[in-house]
Design a protein around this ligand. Sequence first.
Ligand code: ZN
Ligand code: ZN
Length: 244
Amino acid sequence: MVTPLGYFDLVETFPKPGCVVCNLVLRDVDHFLDLLLYERVNEPDSHRAFRARRGLCNEHAWQLTRYKGGALGIAILYNATLDEVLNIVEQVPVAMPTAPSGIRRFRNGGADSAGPALAERLEPAMPCLACELRNGSERSYVRVLSEYVDDTQLQDAYRASEGLCLPHFRQVLRLVTNPEQLQLFANIQATIWRKLKADLNEFIEKNDHRRAHEPMGAEGDSWQRAVRRMAGEKGVFGSDPRSA
Ligand SMILES: [Zn+2]
Ligand SMILES: [Zn+2]
């Protein structure tokens, strides 16, 4: 069996702070947006995608604005998006004068449902491009982790790391069917969590006035690490409900 590329990415990225899957997914999305903005901005496929998806989701649209020198690319892609939403909104039926009942009626039928129908037509027809990429990338790293849990190199890298975030740990667990591998996997993660919990306890105790004179050590940012480990890194789990 050929070792998947994701395997080497995982081994290389485990030593970095944070969840390895979160870090790799963020890296892949960053590469994707960079490529979109600087190399694929004039491709008809990119324009079609921006039209159908009404641009990118909130999270990734704002991420796009942070790329240096990306203004022209963004203008081109969102020009196509604006063109699409204008085409839709300009097809709205013309309102009739106020009906006797006081309810506004529309000539083209569908009277009272015209607003919701227009809103529906303006919804993205497909998930955000970056969310799609993120989800695919996430699935592939999670699968490799679940398949290579017995691999010594990967296991050592995992043990020495800050562990997976809770959402990604759950995703891997769902794919591990062998009970021994499951136990091994859970043990590694539990050891990492116990260390984090010890840091949290130390942080809490040092906030007690009797120990307030003691300087903070590695436990100083344990509260932030706890949030990141339980929630996942910022921007990894998007807010686009259609991308789930
Ligand atoms: Zn994660
Ligand atoms: Zn997105």
